[in-house]
Ligand binder design. Structure first.
Ligand code: ZN
Length: 382
């Protein structure tokens, strides 16, 4: 009798522990579908000028909000690096991918060169599918901080080897600079496409894919939106394809970088910057469509790694006058009322726009490392 009672007690304890475990892992309480958008070099002045440009084109004074400036949560994030106040994309990307400050020019490692685990690796290890999309070369600083660990951002070959070993499910956009990796990608099981026709043939179930922009430049980056025609695959098409390919019962993590905003700002080309911010705006709309179908399990975060160019609204030449509608075409007319302080980066904080469960924690004046830390905790990954 006593023995039976003991067996029963043990059985109840085992059943109870299963019940507790089952309670602890309901996917519903976690961010299962995560969209992380980074407008490289996209300061708040640029975002707001894009809104003002849309209004000015309709002859109105004021702004027209973008898809992500309508999000319920808004914050500002500081961007400084561990060893320099004005950061670069490698240190800022590492902060945004790992939640740790590091030195400029280093990718996915701390100041002592020790590897830092990033959010995409955590997602992959937890069984989620992972996609990395960019409009610049895939082994450029920002995208590489989501899969690579190297002491210098210009170690393109080593960064490419890290990409090949990542086994991520999707790469899309820019190609690989200073690295001929097509054969190696195919050997690793990737379907590699570089034309619109082949891109269209990618379907759910295609397996691992690397879809490149059809018109890559010498740096293996996609063209500026302002230069694109119907032969170019738009950023929003890459995001929509990523959703199609990566949607699965274990969820996904998609990092999308609008990298050429930074390149436009380095060149002090406001027209190109605004057109690339509008391309990002369209890409975010694809994520919003998905969010509307799965509002309890999806989060969307749109931010930037740093500001580039010291983009300002107003100048000594135009004083109180501005006409942002003139930014529709290059060259940037001085009459538009835009001015710049530098061809480099600035130390200005950047906007953080978010929607979805738990993202209210990204409101307020925060540090950039808070962004991935918050997303990681919402995803429940390690
Ligand atoms: Zn950058």
């Amino acid at each position: 009798m006593k023995k039976r009672l003991m067996v029963l007690t043990i059985l109840l304890l085992i059943a109870g522990s299963f019940a507790v475990q089952a309670q602890e892992t309901p996917k519903e309480n976690k961010a299962k579908y995560v969209f992380y958008f980074i407008g490289d070099g996209m300061g708040f002045a640029e975002v707001n000028a894009t809104e003002a440009y849309l209004a000015a084109k309709k002859g109105k004074i004021g702004i027209e909000k973008l898809s992500f400036t309508k999000f319920p949560n808004f914050g500002m994030a500081t961007t400084f690096a561990a060893n320099r106040y004005i950061t670069d994309s490698a240190a800022a990307g590492t902060a945004l991918s790992t939640g740790s400050k590091t030195n400029v020019e280093t990718v996915g490692v701390d100041p002592s060169k020790k590897k830092l685990r990033n959010i995409a690796e955590m997602a992959k290890a937890s069984g989620m599918k992972v996609g990395v999309i960019t409009t610049v070369n895939m082994n450029d600083a920002t995208p590489s901080t989501f899969y690579a660990h190297q002491p210098h951002r210009k170690m393109y070959k080593e960064i490419t080897t890290d990409l090949l070993n990542s086994s991520y499910d999707l790469f899309a956009g820019g190609g690989l600079k200073n690295a001929d990796a097509k054969e190696a990608l195919i050997a690793k099981g990737y379907k590699v496409t570089s034309s619109r026709k082949d891109f269209a043939s990618i379907k759910k179930g295609s397996g691992k894919v690397y879809a490149m922009c059809p018109n890559l430049d010498k740096d293996m980056a996609c063209r500026f939106s302002i230069e694109q025609d119907s032969s170019d695959i738009k950023l929003k098409e890459f995001v929509s394809k990523a959703i199609e390919v990566l949607d699965n019962p274990n969820g996904f993590f998609i990092m999308t970088e609008a990298g050429k905003i930074d390149w436009a700002n380095h060149a002090n080309d406001a027209s190109a910057a605004i057109k690339d911010i509008l391309a990002l705006n369209e890409a975010v709309k694809e994520a919003i469509k998905f969010y509307e179908k799965h509002p309890d399990q999806t989060i969307i975060v749109v931010t930037s790694d740093h500001e580039t160019g010291g983009f300002a609204q107003g100048s000594n030449k135009t004083e109180y006058e501005s006409d942002f509608s003139l930014l529709d075409k290059r060259p940037v007319p001085e009459k538009a009322g835009i001015s710049w302080t530098t061809h480099s980066h600035t130390g200005m904080p950047v906007g953080v726009f978010s929607v979805g469960m738990g993202t209210e924690n990204l409101r307020g004046y925060i540090d950039n490392t808070t962004i991935p830390k918050t997303i990681i905790s919402l995803m429940g990954v390690k």
